[in-house]
Structures are given as structure tokens and as C-alpha cells.
Design a binder for this molecule. Structure first.
Ligand code: 1PR
Length: 622
């Protein structure tokens, strides 16, 4: 029997889904005795080295696991499941690893690149494994990309790893071990269950070869094959192996009939344009369109699913509404669209819950089902945002942001995205002169699940000024000149993008509650604050550009990208394929996200990727 090892970490559902999809049955390791009983073990390590080893120790799995590996039965470890094979990791020096591989895990240097490393990259064979080895491990023709998400890595030139290295990969200037194999042990630093078809081929190859009932002959030992020097491969080509990511984003909310739909706004207004009408939210609360997910003043009826939330009554005796209401734009069903984007080549899918389900207990949240169903067939990373904060169930049960996030991870989300609460946390950080409280959702989720699992979603708005002197002194250092090229690419012309009255400057003010409420901090303060608190990525929207199809706000993207060492996703304003090549050409941003043009099929993801390839930008092939 195949066993999957779960030590209470993040998203292990996706690997389970991929195994099921490939037609294999499995059991979860629940007790140390299960490890003894297993014929083969798959260890989907997620999160941090320290919490993984602590989780194994707490459950009494460490010694049985060592004995299992020593017995010669097949073992496949993914990410932390591979790193656990080493003696130790700089991530958590006090927690010893399984000590199977006589080397240690170190940290990526952030001098020349973003850390965590988050994205798709190739895997170059370290040995002459030939067609037989490639087939045994599902490694394809060498042109495939796999999803990596990690801050710690095994230096490929470290003594002790040569005997074990199956493939290596380059990120920035560093060459690291991307898969290991020796005897009955196989491990990948990348997540095959998040790498589309190329990754599923790796899982399938291992499952097939280790299954005697399907003719499997056991694991092929590639460690006996001749070693290739790392310098054999053109380093420049390999460096370019790290791809830019294209992210499809789904803003999800309840429409007026109570159905969960993907919607899309213009400057965050998600209702159909109709000047003579007003919004349901205006009827209900006197407030303009908003993200009910974060609004304490949101009407409860707006939040209730599956009960109808319509404010238009079918009761003939009910008083007519004061004004005709504008309908929430309905661009499709969340899971259907996510599947479509996966098939079309999206490198990631983000779901932003922009409605509120505050009358639902956490475990009945409709978005959990959306993630659960999407994760069954979408094998690229899934992010969920909206409402990741401390909440209270209707029965008074308190739910911490950590518990909310953990619930989504267990359904199949890889990352959670925090919006309003991140702004509040950074305000507190600034008020405390940079002293961390340890209590914010970002800190707690990052500590438990790793920085790579915590995205912060920014919703900034431009504040225009005719001169720098008109900008408050505290925000002046992060003001931008809207007529100048970018600091990172001063020789590349960038069109002027002046304010409505010809203003030459602006600063970017942070907002909360879906862009409704401005706060007195700027994007650079927010970016540096969330990085300090432990966020692993920034999803950078722009209220001004949202839905405009006028291109990304490259000045904003460059400003934020230069202020932090974590990856940034450019979002809002994509209207054509050139907008993607522009943002990648003039900024160092790692990924670009779009919503409206993908939903309306105006610009297919395939066209974006084909255009980027033509422009010399490396992207994942599908
Ligand atoms: O504050 O932690 O509950 O998170 C709320 C989340 O919901 C935040 O991530 C916030 O950005 C998002 N949100 C809230 N209200 C809206 C709204 O539209 N009314 N959506 C909203 C944000 C922007 C992007 C969009 C890009 C690309 N929408 O999600 O996908 O702008 O669009 P485009 O390519 O069509 O231009 P919390």
C-alpha cells in the first residue's frame, strides 16, 4: 500500500489529488506503525524545515522513517520532504534532519535575487541518465519547467551531494540541487503536484515504477551513472531558465441572487454601468460599492449563502426599491474559470473573496468548496485572499487568522493573501518603532507555514501633486515623477502618465476595505513593513488602473519592486499582450496578473505567452 505522510503542514491536498487523478489509491500515515506497514511512502513536505521536523518528532515518525528508508522500500520526498533527508538546515539549526544525505541545507543569498524563490524553473541532469533515467523519473526532454517555492536550498557544489544529485537548477548566481536519487530514495526540491502536466509526469513515473502490480520494476538507481560537471551546461541559458509567471485572478462574490460568481470591476466597482441606477450596497447601507469582505458596515444579508441575498423581493406586496439597482457583473463560475485558465497555461490562479460570508461559520465558508474543487483538477499554485484575519463564527467561536489560513491550506490553497489586515499590522509596526508584536496574522501564518505561503495584496491609489513640496514629507521619499523614465531602466523610454490636471508627481496611498478607505501610509512603508513581518510575496493591485486596460502602472511596480527583496506580482490594467512585455522589460517584477481581459476572452493566456517568448521573455511552456 502507498502511504502519504502528513505531519499537519500546509497544502498536502494537492498531492493527494494528483495521486488520485493518476488512478492510485493511498492511505495517510497516521501512526508510527503505518510507516512500518507501508510498501512505499510519499512525503509532501510543505512549509518550514523546523516545523516539519518538529511535526515528525511529535508524532513519533522520525525513527520509523529512518528504519523505513534503511529497509530499502521506495521513498519520494517533495520540497521539505527532500530537505528532511539532509543532516540539518540553516532554517532551523537546532532541528536535526533525518541525516540520510551527508550535507546541509543553506539559505539563498538575496544579494542578486528575490527570496523566497517562487516560480518555474528547469532541471538540468547532473548525471548521464539517458532516456532510461529520464523515463524512470518522468523528466521529459529537459525543456520542462517545475514549480519551486523555497528560501533554503542545497548548494549543488557542496561536498557530499555528488553521490545523490539527479538534477541541478540555477537561480540568480546560485546552482542548487533540484532533485536527488540514490537506491530507494528519490526527492525533488520542486513541487511536481504544482507543475502542471510536466510535474504530474514525475509523480506518475515514480508511482508506476514502484508499483509491482502495474509491472513496475522498482526504482532505477541513477546514482551509479557517470557524473557530469555542472559547468557542462551554458550557465547563461540556465540562469534564464527561471520564468516569469502569468497569473489569472478571479474576484469572487455573491451576486444579488445569492450565487457565487466571478466578477470584475472598474476601479473596484463591480456592478454593471448604469447611471440611472444605484448599487444594492447603496440601498442597503448608504455606502458605495465595496468589498464586503472587509467592511464592518456591510449588510448581513449581503453575506449569507446559499440563502438568496437579493434585495429585489419577489413578494408583490413588498415596497418597490427606491431606485433600480445595478447588477453585479457575472463573468462565470469560479471553479469552471480556474479550470479553463489552467488548461490555457496560467502559471497560478488567485481567488479573491471580495464578498463577505460573515454569517457563515468558518468551516461552512463557500470559498472553501471553491478551493477544494479547484484543487482537484488544477495543478498549479492556488492563492486565496479576502477575509484572512481574525474572525468570529455566528455562535461566538473565535477563529484566528492562523486558523482561517490553515483551513484554506488543508483544502488545497498554497498561499493566502492578506489585504486590509496587513495595512493595520504595518500601522502598528510603525507606531511601535519597528518592534514586531508576533501577533499579526502575517507573522503567525508565516511562522507556521513559511513566508512563501503568505502573500499581501495591496490596493493603492495615486495621490497627485503638482510639485514634490505638495507631498507630505513622510511620503516624499517614495513619490514618483510621472514624466520620467524608471530608476531601474533609465534608458528605456516610458510614456508620461500625468495626473488629471497635468500633475507631474504622485505618491501611492494605501487603502483598506476594497479600496474604500484610505490610510496614512504609502506603498513603500507597506511593502517594507510586510516584508519585515514575514510576508513572502506582494500582489500589487492599483485602484486607478483596475479594469482600465491601459497597461500596468510600471512606475508603481518599479517603486515597490525596488523597495523589497521578496517577489512582486504586477496587477491591474492589463489590456493587451504588449502590456505584459512592457512590465517585464522595464521592471524586475517576477509575475504579472490579469483578470478582465482573460475573463472576457479578449486576450488569451496563450497569446500572452507566445508574445513574451517572441520578446525573449522566458515563460513556462504548457
Ligand atoms: O482586505 O484581506 O479581506 O482582502 C480583500 C481582497 O479583495 C484584497 O485582495 C482586495 O484587493 C480585493 N478586493 C476587494 N474589493 C475588490 C473589488 O474589486 N471591489 N478586488 C477587490 C481587487 C483587483 C484585482 C484585479 C486586478 C486585475 N480587485 O483583484 O484582479 O486589478 O484586474 P484587471 O486585469 O481587470 O485590470 P481583505
Amino acid at each position: 500500500m502507498l502511504y502519504l505522510l502528513d505531519y499537519g503542514a500546509g497544502n498536502v491536498a494537492s498531492l493527494a489529488n494528483s495521486v488520485r487523478k493518476l488512478g492510485y489509491e493511498f492511505k495517510w500515515v497516521q501512526t508510527p506503525e503505518d510507516i512500518d506497514k507501508a510498501d512505499r511512502i510519499l512525503f509532501p513536505g510543505v512549509g518550514a524545515f523546523g516545523s516539519a521536523m518538529a511535526g515528525l518528532r511529535k508524532r513519533g515518525f522520525v525513527e520509523p522513517l529512518k528504519a523505513y528508508i534503511a529497509s530499502g522500500r521506495p521513498y519520494m520526498g517533495i520540497c521539505i520532504g527532500m530537505q528532511a533527508l539532509f543532516e540539518e538546515s540553516d532554517e532551523s539549526p537546532e532541528d536535526k534532519g533525518l541525516g540520510i544525505i551527508p550535507a546541509k541545507v543553506g539559505r539563498f543569498s538575496s544579494a542578486d535575487k528575490s527570496v523566497p524563490c517562487m516560480g518555474y524553473n528547469g532541471a538540468t541532469e547532473r548525471r548521464d541518465i539517458g532516456d532510461e533515467g529520464r523515463e524512470a523519473y518522468g523528466l521529459g526532454d529537459g525543456g520542462d519547467s517545475y514549480y519551486f517555492v523555497h528560501s533554503y536550498r542545497v548548494d549543488a557544489t557542496q561536498p557530499g551531494v555528488e553521490d545523490w544529485s539527479l538534477t541541478w537548477t540555477q537561480y540568480g548566481d546560485e546552482k542548487y540541487v533540484s532533485s536527488v536519487q540514490k537506491g530507494n530514495v528519490f526527492g525533488t526540491q520542486f513541487h511536481p503536484e504544482k507543475s502542471g502536466a510536466a510535474g504530474l509526469a514525475v509523480v506518475e513515473a515514480w508511482l508506476r515504477s514502484t508499483d509491482p502490480t502495474k509491472g513496475g520494476k522498482g526504482m532505477l538507481d541513477t546514482s551509479v551513472k557517470p557524473l557530469r560537471p555542472i559547468t557542462d551546461v551554458d550557465a547563461d541559458l540556465v540562469r534564464k531558465g527561471f520564468t516569469k509567471r502569468i497569473v489569472a485572478c478571479l474576484d469572487v462574490r455573491a451576486n444579488d441572487d445569492g450565487d457565487l460568481v466571478v466578477t470584475k470591476g472598474d476601479q473596484y466597482d463591480v456592478r454593471e454601468a448604469d447611471d440611472s441606477a444605484t448599487t444594492a450596497d447603496e440601498h442597503a447601507s448608504g455606502a458605495p460599492e465595496e468589498s464586503a469582505a472587509t467592511s464592518p458596515s456591510a449588510p448581513v444579508a449581503e453575506t449569507t449563502l446559499p440563502t438568496s441575498t437579493s434585495t429585489v423581493s419577489s413578494d408583490p406586496s413588498a415596497p418597490p426599491p427606491a431606485k433600480r439597482q445595478r447588477q453585479v457583473r457575472n463573468l462565470g463560475k469560479p471553479v469552471d474559470l480556474a479550470r479553463r485558465y489552467y488548461a490555457e497555461g496560467a502559471d497560478e490562479v488567485a481567488f479573491l473573496n471580495i464578498t463577505s460570508f460573515r454569517s457563515c461559520p468558518l468551516h461552512d465558508q463557500p470559498m472553501l468548496d471553491v478551493i477544494r474543487q479547484a484543487a482537484e483538477t488544477v495543478f498549479v499554485p492556488l492563492t486565496i485572499g479576502g477575509g484572512i484575519r481574525d474572525t468570529t463564527d455566528p455562535d461566538g467561536t473565535s477563529r484566528s487568522a492562523l486558523e482561517v489560513a490553515g483551513t484554506y491550506f488543508r483544502c488545497g490553497a498554497d498561499k493566502v493573501s492578506i489585504g486590509s489586515d496587513a495595512v493595520f499590522a504595518v500601522e502598528e509596526l510603525l507606531a511601535a518603532d519597528g518592534a514586531k508584536s508576533g501577533k499579526s496574522g502575517i507573522e503567525q501564518i508565516s511562522y507556521a507555514y513559511g513566508a512563501q505561503a503568505v502573500v499581501v495584496s495591496f490596493d493603492p491609489k495615486r495621490v497627485y501633486a503638482a510639485s514634490l513640496d505638495d507631498i507630505p514629507a513622510v511620503h516624499r521619499p517614495s513619490a514618483v515623477d510621472l514624466s520620467a523614465p524608471l530608476a531601474s531602466t533609465p534608458d528605456t523610454p516610458l510614456r508620461a502618465d500625468l495626473g488629471p490636471k497635468g500633475e507631474q508627481f504622485c505618491w501611492y496611498q494605501c487603502t483598506v476595505r476594497g479600496g474604500r478607505e484610505t490610510r496614512d501610509i504609502d506603498v513603500v512603508q507597506l511593502a517594507q513593513g510586510v516584508e519585515k513581518l514575514g510576508a513572502g510575496e506582494i500582489l500589487l493591485n492599483s485602484v486607478d488602473k483596475d479594469g482600465s486596460k491601459s497597461g500596468f502602472d510600471c512606475r508603481l511596480v518599479d517603486l515597490v519592486r525596488r523597495s523589497v527583496g521578496i517577489p512582486v506580482v504586477a496587477s491591474s490594467g492589463a489590456g493587451k499582450v504588449d502590456d505584459f512585455s512592457e512590465v517585464f522589460a522595464v521592471t524586475d517584477v517576477e509575475a504579472a496578473l490579469a483578470a478582465g481581459i482573460f475573463h472576457r476572452k479578449e486576450v488569451p493566456i496563450e497569446d500572452v505567452k507566445a508574445h513574451l517568448v517572441k520578446e525573449g521573455v522566458k515563460v513556462r511552456r504548457v
